[in-house]
Ligand binder design. Sequence first.
Ligand SMILES: Cc1cc2nc3c(=O)[nH]c(=O)nc-3n(C[C@H](O)[C@H](O)[C@H](O)COP(=O)(O)OP(=O)(O)OC[C@H]3O[C@@H](n4cnc5c(N)ncnc54)[C@H](O)[C@@H]3O)c2cc1C
Ligand SMILES: *[C@@H]1O[C@H](CO)[C@@H](O)[C@H](O)[C@H]1NC(C)=O
Ligand SMILES: *[C@@H]1O[C@H](CO)[C@@H](O)[C@H](O)[C@H]1NC(C)=O
Ligand SMILES: *[C@@H]1O[C@H](CO)[C@@H](O)[C@H](O)[C@H]1NC(C)=O
Ligand SMILES: *[C@@H]1O[C@H](CO)[C@@H](O)[C@H](O)[C@H]1NC(C)=O
Ligand SMILES: *[C@@H]1O[C@H](CO)[C@@H](O)[C@H](O)[C@H]1NC(C)=O
Ligand SMILES: *[C@@H]1O[C@H](CO)[C@@H](O)[C@H](O)[C@H]1NC(C)=O
Ligand SMILES: *[C@@H]1O[C@H](CO)[C@@H](O)[C@H](O)[C@H]1NC(C)=O
Length: 521
Amino acid sequence: MARYIMTVCTSHHPPNSSCSPPHSSMLSLLLNVAAIWLCASAQNVTVLQQTLAAHGVSAVYPGDITFRNVSKAFNERFTFAPIAVAFPTSVAQVSAAVAAGAAQNLEVVARSGGHSYIANGLGGRNGALVVDMSKLKAITFRPSNNTAIIETGNRLGDVALALNANGRALPHGTCSYVGIGGHSGYGGFGFTSRAWGLTLDTVRSATVVLGNGTVVSASSNVNPDLFFAIRGASPSFGIVTSIEVQTFPAPPSAIVFEYTWNNLDIQTASNGIASFQTFAASNIPPEFGAELVFTAGHKKGLVNFGLTGAYYGDAKLFNSTLAPYLKTLPKTPSNATITPGSYINSVAVLAEPMALNTSSAPDSPNTFYTKSLMTPSGAPMSQAAITAFVTYMANQGFTSDTDWFVEVELYGGTNSAINAVPLDSTAFAKRDTLFTIQFYASSSNGRPPYPNDGFSFLDGMVASIINNSPSNWNYGAYLNYIDDRLTNAANLYYGSHYQRLKSLKAALDPKDTFRFPVGVA
Ligand SMILES: Cc1cc2nc3c(=O)[nH]c(=O)nc-3n(C[C@H](O)[C@H](O)[C@H](O)COP(=O)(O)OP(=O)(O)OC[C@H]3O[C@@H](n4cnc5c(N)ncnc54)[C@H](O)[C@@H]3O)c2cc1C
Ligand SMILES: *[C@@H]1O[C@H](CO)[C@@H](O)[C@H](O)[C@H]1NC(C)=O
Ligand SMILES: *[C@@H]1O[C@H](CO)[C@@H](O)[C@H](O)[C@H]1NC(C)=O
Ligand SMILES: *[C@@H]1O[C@H](CO)[C@@H](O)[C@H](O)[C@H]1NC(C)=O
Ligand SMILES: *[C@@H]1O[C@H](CO)[C@@H](O)[C@H](O)[C@H]1NC(C)=O
Ligand SMILES: *[C@@H]1O[C@H](CO)[C@@H](O)[C@H](O)[C@H]1NC(C)=O
Ligand SMILES: *[C@@H]1O[C@H](CO)[C@@H](O)[C@H](O)[C@H]1NC(C)=O
Ligand SMILES: *[C@@H]1O[C@H](CO)[C@@H](O)[C@H](O)[C@H]1NC(C)=O
């Protein structure tokens, strides 16, 4: 019951808000009235304002001129009205903001790059106190042991540039505007991950603000339980203000490859997935990173097939590394773009059309829904599952009124550093992954509204695989592609770590200050 009251409190629409709630109905009106009554003693915006001001924390409130801008979601499928968006400039101010929110019984969330697929950086519903990290952007490289301390207001492109200036690099995703806070809290996959692991695997220590405002360190020696939890489930446990990461030497050369075969028939495209599984199990080097990319073909029954990736090994060995896989695909691609160059050039090419330096302009939003599926290495997709999946993309994918793509990302395969990390050393629950498949559908012009059948379109695509797989198939889902419509989310996201995370949550955030959709509760 206490939990119910808290949930009602977070959905309580802040007074003085100029934004209208996404759905107004008599029921939600009644709930809001009930919530205001239940929460009146706890929530007092005036007190929140006074407390933040007393600690010098600047914040934007509903009705302020910049409120609409600072509370915009990257995914425009969501519009939420936070109670306030705070912009702390120091760890002490982050602490003060969290304590102020907790005292008012508010839902408190961090926002790093704001690229959560379900707008959890805004709280994932109305009424949250958003702690925006964008004023905490220091990156300090220590040559003595090649670690870097990265404050979580940074975005991936800026991190890559700053480390590269020291000849160093980190594994991370391709979109330069994604924030390091969310990315490293839930995973962080890029084409160097088979060699170096996920972003979270590079974290050696962190500074964390807990739900009561206390600032603590976490590492394998200090608060080891918290250290476990923040590497795979950080948003539920605290606001990580900085991470200390182990960097890698920037590879001396890189090759980005982008092949497409347009309008393949179902059989040919299915063979290309099956042979990708076989290729992954052959002796491929860790410096090889890749994904398959599918989009709608030009008529029903056909699909466009892409192979994108980067290779960071000896350039002379690139052709012979890829040749065994290319041999299984049609001889002449519609397009083959091979871009050799420096390491940082590969990061820039993969981020295109966005720049690596994100300070000059914001990136454009989109209106989309995403699902994910992580396939186990021990039980790769069956021929039946692959054929059903490709048939679905070629048929329903042609008639869908969404703009969609599917990425089949290679996490595993021989020599993958992702799989080499012991399962229980971090909260990331799916070390035995061969592919992480991302299913992404946006409205046709990228603007709201999102078409209603866009949900069932992706549900059906995932089901085409699951319904043709063993009933005890041990698949998972990826938290950085977070989906608030998933049934069985706790198991798919947190797997065997869920019980441990639940008891750590009770100890480390007993008042559930960091609460939001699909969190550990
Ligand atoms: C265009 C695009 C491309 C992408 N490409 C990739 C890719 O190549 N590889 C990949 O792995 N993922 C990729 N992603 C997914 C991305 O990793 C996630 O969306 C990520 O969670 C976004 O992090 P953020 O900080 O930008 O988001 P936010 O919305 O700011 O945060 C996401 C979640 O993390 C929490 N959080 C943020 N900062 C902190 C902090 N300091 N401490 C604790 N919790 C925090 C938030 O409260 C929220 O719950 C991509 C996403 C987009 C939109
Ligand atoms: C909020 O707090 C202020 C200052 O303590 C007080 O004057 C006001 O009555 C409170 N409002 C509510 C609704 O509790
Ligand atoms: C909107 O907010 C972003 C940061 O979130 C800022 O960079 C930009 O300048 C703001 N734009 C306006 C018009 O206020
Ligand atoms: C790296 O070196 C710094 C001192 O330069 C030290 O404070 C830090 O603990 C070291 N980190 C690791 C992971 O050894
Ligand atoms: C990005 O560009 C701005 C100015 O345009 C500059 O001040 C900043 O140092 C650059 N950032 C990086 C990481 O290179
Ligand atoms: C790799 O193959 C391409 C043709 O597919 C050729 O142009 C290139 O020279 C080859 N590179 C090496 C290093 O052999
Ligand atoms: C080929 O692919 C590259 C890289 O994706 C792209 O920039 C280029 O426009 C494509 N060319 C054609 C003819 O489609
Ligand atoms: C804050 O919370 C942590 C974790 O629950 C706890 O160990 C610590 O004692 C708390 N600090 C205070 C001042 O209550």
